[in-house]
Design a protein around this ligand. Structure first.
Ligand code: NAD
Length: 421
């Protein structure tokens, strides 16, 4: 098993490195090393059996110099203070790397949502909002879905906030259902953005995307849309790594390329792709070690590439679609092996950028088509990629470090102008 990684410590290392490289004094690090505010709350819920159970909830806001804080909230038994703090810090840098006017935040409740009924989940969400309502709002902090939270949960959250205010406030949360002010294109946005990154990587490395073999871990929201859009751009998706409640991890492999639309249809019909017929089933270990992969895209979970599998990876390039899919140790080994890695805070920022568009539309009460959303998304992500690419070339650092340099430079410029340092 991988060692437990403290997310706060790993981000702090990146901040320290970037501050030094940018020639910023210690004061910048002091301003960025911890969240500005962390709220820990007790969330009592009347359970279906009539008893009351109290859950622990959190909301961390890291740095709000660029605008209101932005970040999801998750329901999971592992939610804890350090996780929420670390993830809020990631969000600050993800927003800054793409240049959207937000700071970073994250929230969560320590619970096992699969043990809660729909009514209990609704009461948990409404009571969580009541517990943190003074620090969230369209001008303060705008939550969104994350692990085990979804559009319905965002709808309850928005409804409860609106009731407290006495009028509709759709801009308090993003990732809402479309009838409640959700944005066209939001569901597909992260995979769409990862595909923009893949196209830019190919352009930068002078690779013809139509001649690439791609392997993707995860066929959930991000992985499925990434496979769809990459295949529509001519790439061959030869392998998809997945997890199934009966058999655990596995992968589908077809060296001629998987038909992604057929996989979507198969999943819609069967709820899983485990028995998809037009592919060979291989183990996840064999998936990581495939020797004909140009681009490997982890799009499932944290710490997927770690000290146990990193040495077997033969892919030429890694594009991170999940959050934190590579452990710091594996990151070092990949760099020693000469495998370029394009980081999560750049490549999966399509999701938060589309959330930003949802918030803008809510504030304007004026709604865009999917085509408008995608075109604005592409514009922002291409610029961010170019900024990171140029930063990497000038500083001869990894693309991850270059992304932090871009983000921290933007934040530091604001701090200086506002007289914080
Ligand atoms: P999801 O739950 O829709 O999909 C995750 C998929 O990974 C599922 O199909 C699951 O079966 C599979 N999986 C789980 N464990 C696995 C394992 N060990 N090996 C192989 N497959 C496994 O989640 P998602 O929304 O697609 O998010 C995936 C990642 O992307 C997460 O790290 C998330 O934080 C990140 N992310 C998501 C968004 C978004 O907009 N959804 C935005 C940015 C980042």
């Amino acid at each position: 098993m991988s060692k437990k990684i403290n997310p706060v410590e790993s981000v702090q290392k990146e901040i320290k490195f970037a501050c030094k490289k940018l020639g910023l004094g210690e004061s910048y690090y002091e301003l960025l090393k911890e969240p500005e505010r962390v709220l820990m709350v007790s969330v009592p819920v009347k359970m279906d059996d009539g008893t009351v159970k109290t859950f622990t909830g959190y909301r961390a806001q890291h740095c709000t110099i660029m605008g209101p804080a932005k970040g999801g909230f998750r329901y999971h038994p592992d939610v804890c203070l350090d996780e929420v703090k670390g993830l809020s810090m990631w969000m600050t840098f993800k927003c800054a790397v793409v240049g959207i006017p937000y700071g970073g935040s994250k929230g969560g409740i320590t619970c096992n949502p699969s043990e809660l009924s729909k009514g209990e989940l609704e009461r948990l969400t409404r009571n969580y909002l009541r517990a943190i309502n003074t620090i969230v709002g369209p001008e303060k902090d705008i939550p969104a879905p994350d692990v085990n939270t979804n559009a319905q949960i965002m709808a309850w959250f928005m409804d409860e906030f609106s009731k407290l205010k006495g009028y509709n406030v759709p801009g308090v949360v993003t990732g809402k259902p479309i009838p409640l002010g959700g944005s066209q294109g939001r569901t597909q946005a992260t995979g769409y953005g990862v595909t923009v990154a893949v196209k830019k990587v190919c352009e930068a490395m002078k690779i013809d995307i139509t001649k690439t073999n791609i392997a993707i871990q995860g066929f959930g929201n991000v992985g499925s849309y990434t496979s769809l859009y990459c295949s529509q751009n001519g790439a061959k998706i030869v392998a998809i790594g997945e997890w199934d409640k009966e058999i655990g991890t596995y992968a589908l492999y077809n060296e001629k390329g998987l038909d992604i639309q057929k996989l979507f249809d198969y999943k819609a019909k069967n709820g899983t792709i485990v028995n998809y017929p037009d592919a060979k089933r291989i183990s996840l270990d064999d998936f990581w070690a495939l020797d004909n992969i140009d681009i490997l895209i982890p799009a499932a979970m944290e710490n997927a590439i770690n000290e146990n599998n990193v040495k077997t990876i033969n892919a030429k390039i890694i594009v991170e679609a999940a959050n934190g899919p590579t452990t710091p140790e594996a990151d070092k080994i990949l760099s020693e092996k000469g495998i370029p890695l394009f980081p999560d805070i750049l490549c999966n920022a399509g999701g938060v950028t589309a959330s930003y568009f949802e918030w803008v539309q809510n504030l304007m009460n004026f709604y865009w088509t999917k085509e408008e959303v995608n075109s604005k998304l592409e514009h922002i992500l291409i610029k961010a990629f170019d900024d990171v690419y140029n930063m990497q070339k000038t500083n001869d650092v990894s693309f991850r470090k270059a992304a932090y340099l871009v983000a921290i430079k933007r934040i530091a410029d604001n701090m200086k102008l506002r007289g914080w340092v």
